[in-house]
Every structure is written in structure tokens, then in C-alpha cells.
Design a protein around this ligand. Structure first.
Ligand code: NAD
Ligand code: SAH
Length: 418
């Protein structure tokens, strides 16, 4: 059966639009273009099957094509019910990639697509948030033995993999792409910083300047979101549970306070903690009428939806991706993109130039795990420093930027103690 016959997508006739999107993205991904040239020559994945679970939009589609160019038979599925783009799926099917995904599946369909992608019996996997790894370890351990290893995209995924590893249950080596410097320094900070406002602006079409924006979590993503909120003219409040991050936010010039205080003054709330119930009943009870609630952390649990539904006397969709919650006292709150990652559920996610670096690490990380899986063992593996540096050098080159090199005298000086 060929990719077209195997795939489950919305509509193959959308392919031409998808090809245009992928062409636009790939034209702005110079590092990945260089890796593609290498892969075409060296065929590092020749004869192997690779299953990818990532936000299925144009930049991800190009990563899939790069891995295919390296000789792999690629299957792809989405990592969030709102981020899959049906035209991109159609284009990939035309290009010979098996796709199990469509926009807004039911929760059962979403899960089924992941299972189908694993039933192709991959040698290697790319995961986002440990969705594939969770299915493999909890429900389908029969599919584990043939998998050599994989690579994980995001902070929460790595937290989960490390929890599995601590329990002695992780059954394969997984490269922690998120912990690579060329990932979180750029993707989590500048990518999330920009694309979160892309999502909020497209959805609400309201002004940010002059509003009080509350950012929950001052990690790599939170720093980017707070920085961009400030740049757009917002008054920015940060909430944290980590005293060091809280001091950092304070020194960076932001107001720091607990959520119960921030809840009273915020106009727009953006959660980026990777934690659950960061905004909950006690906070809704003191929030201002008209508050806008958005999340950019993993899954849809940071803004507590069960509490919101319990408090609301009525709900309705007032614009695409905006749900209104009306309370008995007349206040109304607005939840964006179902409380899922607003930058992916309500926009195209991070820009191409950012995903260029992240996906360069994914491509090279996958190659690394394939070449070393026997020695790596069943554990979370750091991105090798050489790969991080190679990606940064290729990025600099593509930007036309040059840097200095150490003189022999400087090198000796930096390696001596006298
Ligand atoms: P991080 O670990 O660098 O930062 C998370 C921060 O949240 C930490 O400083 C932590 O102390 C803080 N925190 C935890 N619980 C909190 C609470 N109850 N209230 C306030 N602060 C709290 O992680 P990160 O890399 O910034 O990622 C955050 C989340 O975003 C993760 O779930 C990650 O997977 C996801 N992520 C999303 C995108 C995106 O495109 N939207 C991009 C990268 C990562
Ligand atoms: N399944 C989880 C995954 C969290 S995803 C969920 O949907 O809640 C967070 C990851 O999305 C980040 O680590 C980031 O690298 C990735 N991401 C951001 N923009 C993207 C894009 N345009 N294409 C693919 N992945 C993207």
C-alpha cells in the first residue's frame, strides 16, 4: 500500500495550498536546507522507518521531507488537535509521506491517529510532549522492542521522560532536543514570545498597549512572552513559584506578585508554566470583567477549565477560537483556543527562522541516536555539544554574520591556571 492509500487526512484536493505553505517555510529555513543536502548525499536513514508526532504545519512538514530525503520511510501525526493544517497534510501525502492527522479530531480519533502512526513499526521516533512514548510504555509495549530510539521536542516531554527514567521504566534512548541551547534559547524564548502574540492578536484583534498582561511562569517561554508584552506597550506582571526566577523577573523590570493579587488587575493572562490549575476558581472569583485567558504551556490544564465551566451560568463561542464564560454576577471571561497552546491553536506557531534551528537539532539528534543507540542505553540523552555548535555556526553563516576565533595565545591563556 502506498502513502496515499494508507493515510487518513481530511482532503487530498487541498494539497496545492499546502505545497505553497511548505515552500514558503522552507525558503526561510537555511540550516535545514544545508542538512537536507547532506542527508541526500549520505542517506543516514536509508531503509529505516521514522514516525513523527509534532504540530503538523508547514515547518514540521519540511522536517519530515528532510528526513525522507535522508532515506527514511516517514509517517507523521499531529501533536495537538488544533495545530494540524489539513492542506499541509494533503501536500505531504502527495510527496509520499504517510499522514494520520486532521484538524479538530475528537479525542478518540486523535489518540487513534497516534496509535496508527506507531503501528507502522518505526525504527526511530520524534515526539512532542511524550505522547508517543506514553502510549508505547502504557498501552503498546509490544511495539517498543524494534524502536532504536528517538528525540523529544519540548520541556514537558523531557520532564515526563525523566520521570519514566527515574522509575527505571524508560525503554529507549531519547535525545532531549529541548535542552539543546539552539532550542530553548531561541524557540522557547523568541519563538513563543512572538507567536503567542500572533495567536492573541489574530484571535481577539484587540490592542495590547496599555493593558495589564499577567505572565504565569518566568522560564524560557515566560521570559520571551514578558519581553514581547513589554515591547507592545503592556504593563507586565509576572507570577512564579521559584524564588530565583522571581528575582530575575523583578530585576528585568517586571512587577512580581502571587496570582491571587495579579488576578485582580490583569486584562490578559498568559500561562507558560507546564503546570496545572495555575489559574483556578479562587482567581476567577476576583478577576475583572472582560479578562482574556490564554495558555502557551503544554496541554490544556494550566487555565483550569472545569472550574470555569462550574462557575459559568452560560458559555458561547463569540469568535473563532474565543469562548465566552458568563458568570452569575454579570462578569464575562474569554478563553482563547480552548486553553490549548494559543500560538499553535490560533496561529501557525513559531516562525520558520526559529523552527529552522529547532528542527536542525531534531534532524541531527535523530541521526545521532540512530548511530549510537546501542551505546546510549535506555535514558534521556543530551544533545551533543558539537551538534549544538554546528547548528549555531550554520545559522550564523546563513545570516551572513562572522565572529572571531581564539588566537593560539588566547587558547593557551584560557587553558592555564597561572
Ligand atoms: P521552564 O521550566 O523554563 O519554565 C517554567 C516556569 O514556570 C518555571 O520557572 C517554574 O518555576 C514556573 N512555574 C511552575 N509552576 C508555576 C506556578 N504554579 N505558577 C507560576 N509559575 C510556575 O519551561 P519552559 O521551557 O518555559 O516551558 C513552559 C511550558 O511551555 C512547558 O509546558 C513547555 O513544554 C511549553 N512550551 C511551549 C511552547 C509553545 O510553542 N507554546 C514552546 C516551548 C515550550
Ligand atoms: N502536545 C503538547 C505539546 C506541547 S508543544 C500540546 O499540544 O500541548 C510545545 C512545542 O511546540 C515547543 O517545544 C515548540 O518547539 C513547538 N512548536 C512551536 N511552534 C511550532 C511550529 N510552528 N511547528 C512545530 N512545532 C512548533
Amino acid at each position: 500500500m502506498n502513502a496515499k492509500a494508507r493515510s487518513i487526512i481530511k482532503d487530498i484536493s487541498l494539497a496545492s495550498e499546502g505545497h505553497l505553505k511548505i515552500d514558503w517555510a522552507s525558503a526561510h529555513m537555511p540550516v535545514l536546507n544545508r542538512i537536507r543536502e547532506q542527508f541526500e548525499k549520505e542517506q543516514p536513514f536509508r531503509g529505516l522507518k521514522v514516525t513523527i508526532c509534532l504540530h503538523l504545519e508547514a515547518k514540521t512538514a519540511y522536517l519530515a521531507k528532510v528526513i525522507q530525503a535522508g532515506g527514511a520511510e516517514v509517517t507523521i501525526t499531529g501533536s495537538n488537535p488544533l495545530s494540524t493544517q489539513d492542506d499541509v497534510c494533503a501536500a505531504l501525502v502527495e510527496d509520499g509521506i504517510t499522514v494520520f492527522a486532521r484538524y479538530q479530531p475528537t479525542p478518540e480519533e486523535y489518540k487513534q491517529m497516534l496509535v496508527l502512526a506507531l503501528e507502522t513499526k518505526p525504527d526511530l521516533i520524534i515526539d512532542d510532549g511524550a505522547d508517543l512514548v506514553t502510549i508505547l510504555h502504557s498501552e503498546r509495549p509490544d511495539l517498543l522492542p524494534q524502536i532504536r530510539g528517538g528525540a523529544e521536542e519540548t520541556t514537558t516531554g523531557i520532564i515526563r521522560l525523566k520521570a519514566l527514567q527515574r522509575e527505571g521504566r524508560l525503554q529507549l534512548p531519547m535525545v532531549a532536543v529541548n535542552d539543546g541551547l539552539c532550542k530553548h534559547l531561541f524557540d522557547n524564548r523568541y519563538g513563543t514570545g512572538q507567536s503567542v502574540f500572533d495567536g492573541i492578536n489574530r484571535t481577539t484583534n484587540l490592542v495590547i498597549a496599555g493593558k495589564t498582561v499577567v505572565v504565569a511562569g518566568y522560564g524560557w517561554c515566560g521570559k520571551g512572552v514578558a519581553m514581547r508584552a513589554k515591547g507592545l506597550g503592556a504593563k507586565v506582571v509576572v507570577t512564579e513559584i521559584d524564588p530565583i526566577k522571581a528575582v530575575e523577573a523583578h530585576m528585568d523590570g517586571f512587577e512580581v506578585m502571587p496570582m491571587i493579587e495579579a488576578a485582580k488587575i490583569g486584562d490578559i493572562f498568559i500561562t507558560v508554566t507546564g503546570n496545572k490549575s495555575v489559574i483556578r476558581r479562587e482567581h476567577y472569583e476576583v478577576m475583572k470583567d472582560g479578562a482574556i485567558l490564554a495558555n502557551a504551556g503544554h496541554f490544556d490544564v494550566e487555565v483550569d477549565k472545569p472550574d470555569l465551566y462550574a462557575l459559568a451560568v452560560s458559555t458561547r463561542v463569540v469568535r473563532h477560537n474565543i469562548e465566552e464564560f458568563a458568570l452569575a454576577d454579570g462578569r464575562k471571561f474569554y478563553l482563547l483556543a480552548e486553553g490549548r497552546l494559543v500560538n499553535l491553536g490560533a496561529s501557525d506557531g513559531h516562525p520558520a527562522e526559529i523552527m529552522d534551528m529547532t528542527f536542525a537539532l531534531q534532524a541531527l539528534g535523530l541521526r545521532y541516536v540512530n548511530e549510537h543507540y546501542e551505546q546510549l542505553g535506555r535514558q534521556v540523552v543530551n544533545v551533543p555539544e558539537e551538534i549544538d555548535e554546528q547548528v549555531a555556526r550554520l545559522k550564523l553563516e546563513s545570516l551572513g554574520l562572522r565572529i572571531d576565533a581564539l588566537t593560539p595565545e588566547q587558547e593557551t591563556y584560557l587553558n592555564s591556571w597561572t
